[in-house]
Write a protein that binds this ligand. Structure first.
Ligand code: SF4
Length: 380
């Protein structure tokens, strides 16, 4: 049976962080339409699930937005509906909830566990007070660390922390990154997702950059921080198993790994994306309306804003470049008909051969976007 992941987007946030261009809605907590949104997601699930019969549900991921603002009873209801729709065979299904540090109170942690959450992903982002202000996060220094420590003792199977590198600020950016790594990794997460800050157009952070109030870090500085992160987390027992992901043994993210293997996923909720394969090797991606209002106003089977058809060649290229973003790499047979590309990656030290697999080097991770473009350009 083909594996399937279900992503549920929870779009509501208390405020918008300065760097964020995600499909979210800033809504005061008392005004969140809990019942309406839960009902819409479950109705969409029931509209889509029959076409995906026969897949093996391996993960549910509730992301956002700020899913820790959802009522635990709604989290439980959505998880139960997804499990029932796919009659999940696995007793060890990975069920992740993204949480804001300020929401990780003992009561909430216990409620999420009772709701069936097995993995918590905490948006700590930094342990540096000035960086948190620059990012516009609504938690303070120390709260990320405390949330991680509380979650580590709350009985989840896995706890992950998000960290953003390359935030502009005073002093040496490498030293600031190291302090955050030390504080967050020292709080006991099983997994870390480490992202480089991007200045998305039309965000307040990018407006500040364009006005000259802050400066983006240079390529060399970013590379140095990335290498620092690789060695620091490696020395603490974390495996660097994907460009941005580090895990203790046995704690790789099941859901995210589906994306990197070009496996199928169903996205529910406003702005959520889905990908399915069709017989014959082609496939399809679609994305729901980003606006919560439009999403809620549409009938369950009319919530799609964009559709893309993917040819078998598109999917082969996707599988290749996505695989080259993971430490496991790809089976050498995936390079059939692309011997020049393979020779180029090996000769330039962007990848190496390990038994029958072609695996990226650290330099390959650093040049991942370039490698992906080479794979896509090589298709024709
Ligand atoms: S909490 Fe996350 S989704 Fe919400 S505004 Fe901040 S970065 Fe965006």
């Amino acid at each position: 049976m083909e594996p399937l992941g279900v992503y549920v987007h929870y779009p509501f946030c208390r405020s918008r962080c300065s760097y964020c261009d995600f499909p979210i809605a800033v809504v005061p907590e008392p005004d969140i339409p809990h019942d309406e949104y839960r009902g819409a997601v479950v109705a969409e699930l029931h509209a889509r699930a029959p076409a995906l019969a026969g897949r093996e549900l391996v993960s549910i991921y509730i992301g956002g937005g700020t899913p820790s603002l959802a009522r635990p009873s709604d989290v439980e209801a959505v998880v139960a509906a997804v499990r029932a729709a796919f009659s999940a065979q696995r007793s060890k299904l990975e069920i992740t909830l993204e949480a804001n540090p300020v929401d990780c109170t003992p009561d909430r942690l216990e409620a999420w566990r009772r709701a069936g959450i097995t993995r918590l992903s905490i948006g700590a982002q930094s342990a540096d007070p000035e960086e948190l202000v620059t990012l516009g996060r609504d938690h303070r220094m120390g709260e990320g660390r405390e949330a991680l420590a509380r979650a580590a003792g709350a009985g989840f199977e896995s706890v992950s922390a998000d960290l953003i590198l390359g935030v502009p600020g005073p002093g040496n950016a490498g030293k600031r990154a190291l302090r955050s790594l030390d504080a967050l990794a020292g709080s006991g997460p099983d997994h870390l997702s480490v992202y480089e800050l991007t200045f998305e157009p039309s965000t307040p952070l990018d407006a500040r950059r364009r006005r000259g109030e802050i400066a983006a870090l240079g390529e060399d500085e970013l590379e140095e921080i990335y290498r620092l992160c690789h060695s620091e987390l490696g020395s603490r027992g974390y495996e660097h198993y994907e460009i941005s992901s580090f895990a203790r043994p046995g704690h790789r993210a099941v859901h995210n790994s589906l994306y990197w293997r070009a496996a199928e996923y169903l996205g529910l909720g406003s702005g959520a994306s889905s990908f399915v394969r069709h017989p014959g090797g082609s496939g399809e991606r679609w994305r729901n309306h980003r606006s919560v209002h439009r999403y809620l106003a549409a009938a369950p089977d009319e919530r799609i804003a964009e559709r893309d058809s993917l040819s078998p060649a598109d999917l082969r290229a996707d599988r290749l470049w996505l695989g080259l973003r993971t430490a496991d790499g790809v089976d050498e047979r995936a390079f059939e008909g692309r011997s020049k590309l393979l020779a180029y990656l090996l000769d330039t030290g962007l990848a190496r051969r390990h038994e029958n697999y072609i695996r990226p080097t650290l330099r390959g991770f650093l040049c991942a976007d370039y490698v992906a473009q080479r794979v896509i350009d090589d298709r024709w």
